[in-house]
Design a protein around this ligand. Structure first.
Ligand code: MOS
Length: 715
C-alpha cells in the first residue's frame, strides 16, 4: 500500500552514508588499541541503602582479571574531591560519584568495576562479586512521593501568571483534566561506550559516545585536574543519542580512572540493561490542564501544572509548561512546574525535552476543547492563533503555522474527517484523524570553523561538532557547496574531535543554525580571500585551483568564529510543526494502527532536504512510539525496572510505521541567522503523541490521557 512516495532527489546525499552502511564508520567501542583491556560494572540489586560488606576475592582470582575497583580501594579522582562538579547537573544537586562511598542511591547503581583482558572474562568476574547491604526504605513512585514536590530555583521555573488564570472556572465551556506520561528511555541503537587511553602521565585520549566532544573534554579535564588540551575526545560517528549523551556520565569518568589505574587502554560499554538507568530518560510526569473558552472557541484562560520525576541527588528540570505561555493567544494564564525526588537515577533531556511532554497535554486539551465546542480542531487553533508572542509581546522572527496547517490538511485529506467521533468505519476498523502542534526555540550559539581550500580542489571544513546521526555533516557540506558553487564530493567535512575548532554540543535543534552559519561565514570569508588574490579581474565563480596555482599556493585557509546578533533579543524565535495522523482502531481488540502521517515543519530554510526529511520521519516514529508503546515500567515494590530490554520495552518497528510524509514550509528566517534555518530535530517529535491520541479519540470516542495508548486502555 505504498502511495505518494516523495522523491528523494533533492539535496545532496548523506556524506557519510557509504561509510556507515559499509562499516567503515567507527564508533566508540570499535577502536582497537595495543594492550586493550575491558571494564565491566557489577551493580547494586537494592534500591537504597549502604554496602555492608563487598566480597571481591573470587572476582580478583578469576582468569584474566587485572583489577577490581570498589569504594574501598578506588583511587581518588581529584576533581571529585574539590566540590567542583565534573559533570554538571541540569539545575542543582551533586552528580553521582562512583566508588567514593558505600551508599546506594538507586537500583542498578554500579558498586564495582572489573578490568580484565577480555570482555567475557570481565563480565564473568563481575558476576562473582557479592555484596551485603543495609537496605533502607525507598520510593520510586512519583505519585507516592508527591508530597516532596518542589519548585526548582531559577526564573525559568518560577510560577507564571498573567491576567486572571482562574477565569476558566466561569467560562461557558471548560475542561479540567490530568495527563500522564510514563518514563521513556532514549536507548539509541549504539550502546554508550568509551575507550580511554592515557598517552602519558598527564595526557589522555578517549573515543567516546558523546554529543559534545568539547564538554566531555572539559568534564574529564576537571575531574582529573588536567590542562584541557591534554584531554582529547574523539567521536566522529555517534549511533544515535536523542539527548542521552548530552552530559558526562559517571561511567565515562570511571573508564578514564580505570585506564590510569591499570596503565593500559580500557574499553567500557554499557549493557542494554544498564542503558535504562545509567544515561537518563524522559521523566514520568503528571500534568493538570484547566482551561475555559467562550462559545466561539476563544480561550478565556489556561492553567497548566506539571510535576516531573527527578532523582534524590540531582534536580533535573525541563520546560514542560513553558510552551503553554505563548502557543495560543490567551489573556489569562498560569503555569506551575514542580519536580519530585525519587530513588532513581537522574533523568535527562530527551528529544523535545519539556515540550514533548507539555505538548501531549496542551495539544490533547485543545482537541478536547474542540470536541466540546463541536468545532474543527484546526479551526479552534486558528481562532486562538497568536499573531505575536503573548508571553513577551515581541514579534515572531517568523511563524508560518497557518501555512503548515493548510499544507498538512490538504495532503492528508482532512476534509474527510468527521467532527463527531466514532463515526467512520472501514472493513470493521474505526477510522480517525488527529493533529498536534509542536514548537521549540530557534536559537543560535557560537562556533568556530576552519575552511581550507587545497590545491587538489578539495574544500576542507573543520569544526569539533558531533553528528549524532541527524545529518550535520551533510548539512554543513551543503552550506559550503552553496557558497562555493562546487560539487559536494569536493568538500571534506572533519568533525567530532575536540582538537578541531570549537563548536557547541549537538543538541537543542541549534546545530544547523549555529555551525551551519559559521560554515557559511567561513566560506564567505575564504571566498573573499580568493577575490583579493584575483584583484579586479576576478569572476564570481572562479577556478579556485587555478587561482591557487597562479599564486603558487598549496592552500588558502581561514578561521572564523561566529555567533548570533544582539538583535535576536527583539524577536520571539521558534520553529513550529504540525503533525497530521490517520489511525484505524479495531473495536474488539483495541489495536491501533497508524495508517498515515503527514508532518509539516516551519523550520525556516531547509538547508539539506534529504537529511531534513529523515529527521522529520525519525521524529514522527519516535512520537508514535511515545504515543502507543514506550513505557519504562518500574516495579515500585522493588524499585527495579521489569522491562529493561528491547523485547519488553516496545518501540515501533517497520511494520508499525506507515508512509510518513515530511512537508516543509521552507521559508527562510534571516532574523535567526544568515542561512535562514530554524532547526527541526525537536519539532519533529513534539506534538506527535497528541496527534495520535487525538486521532484515536476521533476514531473511538475514547480519550486516553495516560500514555502509552495500549489496547487494554481502549477496550
Ligand atoms: Mo537533544 S534532547 O537536544 O539531544
Amino acid at each position: 500500500m505504498m502511495k505518494n512516495i516523495p522523491p528523494f532527489t533533492d539535496g545532496i546525499d548523506r556524506v557519510d552514508g557509504r561509510m556507515k552502511v559499509t562499516g567503515a564508520a567507527k564508533y566508540a567501542a570499535e577502536y582497537e588499541l595495543p594492550g586493550m583491556t575491558y571494564a565491566v560494572f557489577a551493580t547494586s540489586n537494592i534500591t537504597k541503602g549502604t554496602i555492608k560488606t563487598i566480597d571481591t576475592k573470587a572476582a580478583e582470582r578469576a582468569p584474566g582479571v587485572l583489577k577490581v575497583v570498589t569504594y574501598l580501594n578506588a583511587p581518588k579522582i581529584p576533581g571529585y574531591q574539590t566540590g567542583k562538579d565534573p559533570s554538571k547537573p541540569a539545575t542543582g544537586g551533586t552528580p553521582l560519584r562512583l566508588f567514593t562511598d558505600n551508599t546506594v542511591k538507586f537500583n542498578g547503581q554500579p558498586i564495582a568495576l572489573v578490568i580484565a583482558d577480555t570482555f567475557e572474562r570481565a563480565t564473568y568476574a563481575a558476576s562473582l562479586i557479592n555484596a551485603q547491604y543495609n537496605a533502607e526504605a525507598f520510593q520510586t513512585d512519583l505519585e507516592k512521593n508527591a508530597g516532596k514536590a518542589n519548585t526548582p530555583k531559577g526564573p525559568r521555573f518560577a510560577d507564571y501568571k498573567r491576567g486572571d488564570p482562574e477565569a476558566w472556572q466561569t467560562a461557558p465551556v471548560k475542561l479540567d483534566v490530568e495527563y500522564i506520561i510514563p518514563i521513556n528511555v532514549h536507548n539509541p541503537m549504539e550502546l554508550h561506550a568509551i575507550t580511554a587511553h592515557w598517552e602519558g602521565a598527564d595526557k589522555v585520549k578517549v573515543y567516546d559516545k558523546t554529543q559534545g566532544v568539547k564538554s566531555t573534554q572539559n568534564s574529564i579535564a576537571q575531574a582529573f585536574k588536567l590542562p584541557v588540551d591534554n584531554v582529547q575526545v574523539v567521536a566522529p560517528f555517534v549511533g544515535g543519542a536523542f539527548g542521552a549523551a548530552l552530559r558526562t556520565w559517571p561511567h565515562e569518568i570511571a573508564a578514564v580512572m580505570a585506564a590510569q589505574l591499570v596503565n593500559k587502554p580500557v574499553k567500557l560499554m554499557l549493557t542494554r540493561e544498564q542503558m535504562f538507568n545509567s544515561v537518563g530518560y524522559r521523566p514520568y510526569t503528571s500534568q493538570k490542564i484547566s482551561l475555559g473558552a467562550a462559545a466561539d472557541g476563544k480561550l478565556t484562560s489556561i492553567i497548566h501544572q506539571a510535576n516531573g520525576q527527578t532523582s534524590s541527588f540531582e534536580e533535573f528540570t525541563e520546560g514542560t509548561v513553558n510552551m503553554t505561555r505563548f502557543m495560543y493567544a490567551c489573556p489569562n494564564l498560569g503555569t506551575q512546574y514542580k519536580i519530585t525526588p525519587t530513588d532513581v537515577n537522574t533523568p535527562t533531556w530527551m528529544r523535545g525535552p519539556g515540550e514533548a511532554t507539555g505538548a501531549f497535554a496542551l495539544e490533547s486539551a485543545m482537541d478536547e476543547l474542540a470536541d466540546k465546542l463541536d468545532i474543527d480542531p484546526i479551526e479552534v487553533r486558528l481562532r486562538n492563533y497568536a499573531e505575536t508572542d503573548p508571553e513577551t509581546g515581541k514579534p515572531w522572527s517568523t511563524k508560518y503555522l497557518k501555512e503548515a496547517y493548510e499544507m498538512g490538511a490538504d495532503k492528508i485529506g482532512w476534509k474527510n474527517r468527521k467532527n463527531k467521533p466514532r463515526s467512520v468505519q472501514e472493513d470493521g476498523w474505526l477510522i480517525g484523524y488527529g493533529i498536534g502542534s509542536g514548537v521549540f526555540g530557534a536559537g543560535r550559539g557560537r562556533a568556530t570553523v576552519e575552511a581550507v581550500y587545497q590545491a587538489d580542489g578539495t574544500l576542507h571544513i573543520k569544526t569539533s561538532v558531533t553528528d549524532i546521526g541527524v545529518g550535520t555533516g551533510t548539512a554543513l557540506a551543503q552550506v559550503a557547496a552553496d557558497v562555493f558553487q562546487i560539487p559536494a564530493q569536493n568538500i571534506k567535512i572533519e568533525l567530532g574531535d575536540s582538537s578541531l575548532p570549537p563548536s557547541p554540543t549537538q543538541g537543542g535543534s541549534m546545530i544547523t543554525s549555529t555551525v551551519g552559519s559559521a560554515v557559511h561565514e567561513a566560506c564567505l570569508s575564504l571566498k573573499e580571500k580568493f577575490q583579493k588574490l584575483m584583484g579586479n579581474g576576478g569572476s564570481d565563480k572562479p577556478d579556485y585551483t587555478k587561482v591557487l596555482a597562479d599564486n603558487k599556493l598549496q592552500q588558502l585557509d581561514t578561521v572564523v568564529t561566529s555567533q548570533g546578533s544582539p538583535d535576536m533579543r527583539n524577536y520571539a524565535m521558534y520553529a513550529f510543526s504540525v503533525h497530521f495522523v490517520q489511525v484505524k482502531v479495531h473495536p474488539a481488540t483495541g489495536v491501533v494502527r497508524v495508517n498515515q502521517v503527514v508532518s509539516v515543519a516551519d523550520a525556516g530554510h531547509i538547508v539539506s532536504p534529504k537529511t531534513a526529511r529523515s529527521q522529520i520521519i525519525g521524529g514522527a516514529i519516535g512520537g508514535i512510539g511515545m504515543a502507543l508503546m514506550e513505557e519504562g515500567v518500574v516495579d515500585h515494590r522493588f524499585g527495579r525496572y521489569v522491562n529493561n530490554n528491547f523485547a519488553d520495552y516496545h518501540v515501533p518497528v517497520s511494520a508499525d510505521i506507515p508512509q510518513v510524509e515530511a512537508l516543509f514550509v521552507n521559508k527562510p528566517d534571516y532574523k535567526v541567522n544568515p542561512i535562514g534555518a530554524k532547526g527541526m530535530g525537536e519539532i519533529a517529535l513534539i506534538g506527535m503523541s497528541a496527534a495520535v491520541a487525538n486521532a484515536v479519540f476521533n476514531a473511538t470516542g475514547k480519550r486516553i490521557r495516560e500514555l502509552p495508548i495500549t489496547p487494554d486502555k481502549l477496550i
